[in-house]
Design a protein around this ligand. Structure first.
Ligand code: GTP
Ligand code: MG
Length: 346
């Protein structure tokens, strides 16, 4: 099962610059050739590369040390030394670079593909640069600059694609267990879920990360129930799935209450794309209630669900995929492309 945050540290170092070369031309019949020492190469950079296919920092717990190559020293005949290669550190989307000691954020990589974190040391100049009218034979060159080494903390703030929102007992954990690899505790009393749980809904080579959070009740934005501190975990999602328990007498006002609590927390959260799922449609009288709910929110996609009805699973699953794919500008373009293909197929 996934946690909401994943942390580790790594040691990184950019390459040293290569030293400049001290050399003098040696040619037949030219007793004192001029200086011809080449420049040292630049040290390689430390570069973070954000990869959409990574979901955790697990690979960095196996390899903790990343050092870029040093620049090569310059050579005679004004030959410059080769630049050192960069070292690339693959990280998943949502990774934040932190100061390993203080925990202070150095860089949030959200929205970036590549980030040059530490530049390599510059190469030293060879002695031919130092020739002047009065100094014909400079017997020195510039040393290469040292690279930078440091330990950095990395934190992955996993970005769920879809957040589940509902009153306690609405069936949020049952839904995430049904559709994903997550095993969120389910029980017939309120506030069963006390910490957020993530699960991955997978279809072919695509996946959608779903977040199950503790139930929200009226007044959550003022601290009632479990309060609203968990809402920050769904604030970066692409869409929300509101769950309305059709066996509960308050089913017709549940969505309005939930949405108003979310809007009080943040207008942006309240305005997110969403669908409504009416749960427990196997219970008595719920078919009729579902029709009323769907009619009341005619502009929104409203779907029925029961953990005992396999025939209702596919439409909800497809709606979740669609919801996860319809927002541009969030750095998940490759996944959105495949989602478009997926939609054509269904
Ligand atoms: N009849 C029926 N019961 C369901 C269905 N889905 C969930 N339940 C039951 O409803 C109760 C609450 O389900 P959960 O999935 O734990 O609800 P939740 O929204 O995660 O609740 P909290 O974590 O407390 O906020 C459990 O007893 C489930 O077995 C359904 O489709 N039909
Ligand atoms: Mg739960």
């Amino acid at each position: 099962m996934f946690g909401f945050s994943d942390e580790t540290y790594i040691d990184v170092a950019s390459g040293n610059g290569g030293h400049g070369c001290v050399s003098f031309r040696r040619e037949k019949f030219v007793p004192k050739g001029g200086p011809d020492g080449g420049d040292g190469g630049r040290g390689g950079d430390v570069v973070f590369v954000v990869r959409d296919n990574l979901r955790t920092l697990g690979h960095l717990k196996l390899q903790r040390s990343f050092k870029a190559e040093n620049g090569r020293p310059g050579q005679g005949a004004r030959c410059a030394g080769r630049n050192g290669s960069d070292v690339e550190i693959p990280v998943p989307p949502g990774t934040v670079i932190k100061n390993a000691e203080t925990g202070e954020v150095i860089k949030d990589l959200t929205g970036l593909d590549r980030y040059v974190f530490l530049e390599g040391g510059r190469g030293g100049l060879g002695n031919w640069h130092f020739r002047t009218a009065v100094r014909q034979t400079p017997r020195f060159a510039q040393p290469g600059a040292k690279g930078t080494a440091m330990r950095v903390g990395l934190e992955l703030q996993i970005i769920a694609d879809i957040g589940l929102v509902g009153f306690p007992n609405a069936g949020k954990s049952s839904l995430i267990n049904l559709f994903t690899n997550a095993r969120s505790k389910v029980a017939g009393y309120p506030f069963t879920t006390k910490i957020p749980v993530l699960g991955v809904l997978r279809e072919g080579d695509q996946d959608v990360v779903i977040a199950d959070i503790p139930g929200i009740i009226e007044g959550a934005s003022e601290g009632s129930g479990m309060g609203y501190k968990f809402l920050r975990h769904i604030s970066r999602t692409k869409g929300l799935c509101y769950l309305v328990d059709l066996s509960d007498d308050g089913y017709l006002s549940a969505y309005d209450t939930l949405r108003s609590e979310l809007s009080k927390y943040s207008e942006e959260l309240g305005a997110k794309d969403h669908i409504i799922v009416g749960t427990k449609i196997d219970e008595p009288d719920t078919e009729e209630r579902f029709s009323r709910l769907a009619e009341k929110y005619g502009d929104t996609q409203v779907l029925p669900l029961s953990i005992y009805r396999d025939d209702l699973l596919e439409p909800v699953k497809h709606a979740l995929f669609r919801l996860a794919g319809e927002k541009p500008d969030d750095g998940f373009t490759s996944r959105m492309d495949t989602d478009a293909e997926y939609r054509d197929e269904v």
